[in-house]
Design a protein around this ligand. Structure first.
Ligand SMILES: Nc1ncnc2c1ncn2[C@@H]1O[C@H](COP(=O)(O)OP(=O)(O)OP(=O)(O)O)[C@@H](O)[C@H]1O
Ligand SMILES: O=C(O)C1=C[C@@H](O)[C@@H](O)[C@H](O)C1
Length: 314
């Protein structure tokens, strides 16, 4: 391996349990680690970084990881016992993969992009737990900045443009921070300036078939999703119609992401097309794999810019 690659692949030092941050210029939200207390009280502690690899194999940590899964399992409480046990294995694999990927992140933030309902929050929280990153939802930060507790209400009271301006401000503030997983708003990708901010970290597109998105959204209702709320028809059909037209406008923008997690392809690899059988743990694992591919490709690309003495070729 050439010098550039070696340098790129050096693990960064662990800098403590909270990410670095600063106040937003408006001062209306401040950086905090919303999961700090939860993590402290939770059994899910992957505290001693040096011991992690060994501890994954120990029964002691296995118990901790199973607790980790149980917490996320709440989203999908109908899981059978059989699936639960399978998922303990999945959770261990996830933990192990996160340990492999973490050193190469160099503390960079992870930005999850994707359509409404694609799982940015669900998967983002799992990733933040296993990576010991803090989790932020940019929609929530906009709500805090504006002082209105619902995106739908911000759209109604002000306008979509006003919401988008605030969203860009939030992404700008986040771009100076490290060790965050950020669930971005579904439309954050449409403004090129937002990509400039997200390029400070690693962006991951959760690419979910529109029919699956429409099913999820119809199940929870469209009240909190202003772009879907005023469409006529039954919840599934109106969600699908609007998602289809939004995706036509945005598909290319999502494809700007550094890594893509395609649920359609994941399900196809399992020999069927049913994405509803993919657990959040499966999806989080795939996200880590795709992030790993991205960072490795980058390390390789930058190593090929150096010769064996470490000098740049160009
Ligand atoms: N893998 C999955 N399988 C089934 N349902 C899921 C999955 N991931 C998330 N969901 C469900 O889909 C809905 C949307 O998920 P989530 O809030 O994580 O998406 P989001 O991308 O953050 O959405 P938004 O951008 O609209 O805030 C939730 O009800 C969640 O429980
Ligand atoms: O897809 C979109 O444009 C949006 C998605 C939500 O996350 C919110 O950011 C808002 O409802 C707009």
């Amino acid at each position: 391996m050439e010098v550039g690659a070696v340098l790129d692949l050096q693990p960064c030092s662990w800098v403590g349990s909270e990410a670095k941050g600063r106040r937003s210029s408006g001062g209306s939200w401040r950086f905090q680690d919303p999961y700090r207390e939860e993590r402290r009280s939770s059994m899910v502690r992957f505290c001693n970084r040096r011991d992690n690899r060994a501890s994954v194999r120990s029964g002691h940590v296995e118990l901790k990881v199973s607790c980790c899964y149980k917490k996320h399992q709440d989203h999908f409480s109908q899981r059978s016992t059989e699936t639960y046990h399978k998922s303990i294995d999945e959770a261990l694999l996830l933990k192990s993969k996160s340990e492999e990927v973490l050193p190469y992140l160099n503390e960079r933030c992870i930005y999850l992009v994707g359509m409404m309902g694609s799982g940015k929050t669900t998967i983002g929280k799992i990733l933040s737990e296993v990576l010991r990153y803090s989790f932020f939802d940019s929609d929530k930060l906009v709500e805090q900045t504006v002082g209105i507790s619902s995106v739908a209400q911000i759209f109604k009271q002000y306008s979509e443009a006003f919401f988008r301006d605030n969203e860009s401000e939030v992404l700008k503030d986040l771009s100076s921070m490290s060790r965050l997983v950020v669930a971005t708003g579904g439309g954050a990708v449409i403004r090129p300036i937002n990509w400039k901010f997200m390029k400070h970290g690693i962006s991951v597109w959760l690419d979910v078939p529109l029919e699956a998105l429409a099913r999820r959204i119809a199940a929870v209702g469209t009240d909190s999703r202003p772009l879907l709320h005023y469409e006529p028809g039954d919840p599934y059909s109106k969600a699908l119609a609007k998602l289809t037209s939004l995706f036509e406008e945005r598909g290319e923008a999502y494809a700007n992401a550094d890594a893509r997690v395609s649920l359609g392809e994941m399900a196809a690899k399992k020999g069927h097309g049913d994405v509803s059988t993919l657990t959040p743990t499966d999806i989080a694992f795939e996200a880590l794999l795709q992030i790993e591919n991205y960072v490795m490709d980058n390390a390789y690309a930058s190593s090929s810019r150096y010769n064996f003495t470490g000098a740049r070729r160009d």
